[in-house]
Design a protein around this ligand. Structure first.
Ligand SMILES: C[S@@+](CC[C@H](N)C(=O)[O-])C[C@H]1O[C@@H](n2cnc3c(N)ncnc32)[C@H](O)[C@@H]1O
Ligand code: SF4
Length: 378
């Protein structure tokens, strides 16, 4: 079987910027579709020359709000990928959408352009929580969008953010039960993170509200594992749950530390070349990205990762998966000073499980994953 290869396309615009979000996002602008198509074609062609001929396992339009991009741009990217690499049989083509009524009007066109999986940023099924999260839709619009996506796309998933301030376990159990009743094959359930330099970080700094405490967050996390497993969507990654066979193939490329190309403003990629790992990044500001493309100037920076950097990334990704990651006794990880001893201690303390081929985090290890990674790789 050929090695998995994914393409990530970043669409940087949003109708408004949510107070918790630290992605590379900008308020909507007038879009010059021809300029975008030209820039993205150039970007994709550059990487196709580097990756060679293998077909794509997955294509992912993330953002930002790619459901607001002109559909001709989405269709053009899909056709260009088909021309440059081709798609494997059953390749996954996902697009992130916001659940407003305006967006739903485009679902059919987006599916006709070739997208076969929609990822909806529902965030909550409670109006009060949506207002707190600064969203421009209410819970009913989200419910309508879920149903419309289920009718329109072969596969769909939606995101919820929990562990919100003052959220009780009863509230969350009721909300998650309602979410599971839609019968989607995949759900991403994220605990609210207070990211530096966001409006939420400023509010917390000023003492306007406090994040949920760690004990309560852990209780909500445990309830999440229990309810999703009962509904037949157990976690396959810390925040991601799927029916067997409905895991996100694109995200699995990241978590198994496979190769992926990143195009569009601020997109990251990871490629393998001669046994080394190359980190790639495109210009982050949309104007710089478009200007560079128009002027035939470089649109990317890239740098090889050291063995330590690559191992930190590989373990940080792989240990998020419930099934863990491949780790043979002759892995280059063991060349790092003290690696065997650190691993032995974490296994002995019950945070990691290793059978000489696969390494995975125990339930406790996953709950304290950052600490475990620090102990193992720090
Ligand atoms: C790149 S966002 C795009 C989704 C889409 N634009 C939307 O907002 O509906 C992907 C997902 O990351 C999650 N997310 C973003 N910031 C987060 C934060 N600070 N804490 C927890 N989840 C977050 C949200 O669930 C969001 O749907
Ligand atoms: S959460 Fe989604 S809509 Fe909100 S700013 Fe981030 S990318 Fe844009």
């Amino acid at each position: 079987m050929s090695k998995a290869l994914g393409v990530y396309v970043h669409w940087p615009y949003c109708a408004r910027i949510c107070p918790y979000c630290d992605f590379n996002v900008y308020k909507n602008r007038a879009i010059d579709a021809a300029a975008w198509k030209k820039a993205l074609t150039k970007d994709l062609s550059h990487w196709a020359r580097r990756t060679g001929q293998g077909k794509l396992t997955s294509l992912y339009f993330g953002g930002g709000t790619p459901s607001r991009a002109p559909v001709e741009i989405i269709g053009h990217v899909i056709e260009t990928c088909e021309f440059l690499w081709g798609f494997e049989q059953g390749a996954e083509i996902t697009l992130e959408a916001n659940p407003t009524d305006t967006e739903q009007l485009h679902f059919k066109e987006i599916a006709n352009a070739g997208v076969n999986r929609l990822s909806l940023g529902v965030q909550s099924l409670r109006d009060e929580a949506l207002a707190f999260l600064g969203r421009d839709h209410d819970a009913d619009a989200a419910r309508r969008a879920i149903e419309c996506a289920q009718e329109t796309f072969a596969r769909m998933t939606f995101d919820l953010i929990y562990a919100r301030p003052r959220q009780t376990i009863e509230d969350w159990r009721a909300e998650l039960t309602e979410a599971l009743a839609f019968g989607a094959g995949h759900l991403s359930l994220y605990q609210l993170m207070i990211e530096p330099a966001t409006a939420f970080a400023r509010a917390v700094d000023k003492g306007r509200w406090a994040p949920l405490d760690d004990d309560r967050s852990a209780d909500l996390f445990d309830a999440t594992q229990e309810l999703t497993a009962q509904a037949g969507l157990p976690a396959y990654e810390i925040s991601n749950h799927a029916r067997p066979g409905d895991q996100s193939r694109h995200n699995l490329v990241y978590w198994t530390y496979g190769d992926y190309v990143g195009v569009g403003p601020g997109a990251h990629g990871r490629l393998s070349a001669n046994g080394a790992r190359i980190a790639t990044e495109t210009l982050a500001r949309p104007e710089d990205y478009l200007t560079a493309a128009a002027a035939n100037a470089p649109m990317h920076v890239e740098a090889p990762l050291s063995a330590t950097e690559a191992n930190i990334e590989r373990f940080s990704m792989g240990l998020r998966l419930i099934d863990g990651m491949a780790l043979q006794p002759d892995d280059c990880f063991f060349e790092q000073g003290g690696a065997r001893e650190k691993l032995r201690r974490l296994v002995e303390d019950g945070f990691l499980i290793w059978n000489g081929e696969l390494l995975k985090a125990s339930g406790n290890g996953r709950r304290l994953l950052n600490r475990v990674l620090y102990e193992l790789l720090g």
